[in-house]
Design a protein around this ligand. Sequence first.
Ligand code: AVI
Length: 350
Amino acid sequence: MITKNLALHCPPPKLEFQQVCFEPMAPISELDLPHHGFLQLYRKDPAAIRAELEEGLQAPVAAVSPKYLYDALGSKLFEAICELPEYYPTRTETAIIEAHLPDIARSTGRGATFIDLGAGNCAKAERLFPVLQPRQYVPIDISVEFLREAVERLRQRYPMIRMTGVGMDFSNSLDLPEGIRRDKRLFFYPGSSIGNFTTDDAAALLGRIRDACGPDGGLLIGVDLVKNKEVLDAAYDDAVGVTAAFNLNMLRHLNTLVDADFDVRDWRHLGFFNEALGRIEMHLEARRDVRVRWDGGQRLFRQGERIHTESSYKYTRHGFLQLLERAGFGSVRTWTDEREWFMVCHASVM
Ligand code: AVI
């Protein structure tokens, strides 16, 4: 049963899909791990990427997973999006956490095994260290290479916290290596990245997090809430065109991934709130008839035909609490801003 305890009232930069460093796949105990370890459990599979992209590009309504928005330039453009006046989620989430940090810490407890999903540059988690005082910090992202620099920096500042960077794709499995402490696990999933999953996939991911929590664990998560369409439309179609560049850049990324010949100038960015489905949709729309060829396939896109590149689901408070309950969480505390545009939740297993 969820206890609705409303207190008063910012993919993480995501990563380039990239290379592997080392991958000790055998179980590793905590004692075997150096104080600051890195485990790469994810290996890029070019054939699987090609098959996935081929299927999406040939579908009646073409679609490409939003993870392909994040090559090196895409990650930088996402960081720029977070600075835009129209893109409120990052700064609203930060403000909520800052305003309620002592209360959040009372709810989560201190000394946790702090597991940061999609950690990026680890900056959001770091802000919580002084108050949450984690015993072990486990940033997870697709590549430990990206984490390495951030963890080195954090290590200097917080030598008392054991840090273990893990390179894995947690959207499919959350089987954490043996060396990650099992007690008092606190998962951290900020930025409303959960919105980039369909509701069913979000419920499945939350269920996996709940299973990985253990009986004394929990989840601290940021969720973007349904609001006025004008505000949402502007956040995903900003005046300067940074979001348009972020979306269009996916085509350049596809050119390198599957040797395609997309010409960015043939496509236009669309980003809008679909009220009926409760989600932002981003599409790339052909400005004219365009034939696109790639390694192993081709397609004629008629003028006005679209490639669906991202959905970003917006939740009501009630809807998200139901999702947490469906995933098996037992109690939840929530914090929001005055306008109730964004919500931070601490969900515990018990
Ligand atoms: C990473 N994710 C939570 C962002 C969002 O708001 O869905 C990605 C994004 N797409 C366009 N702008 C930002």
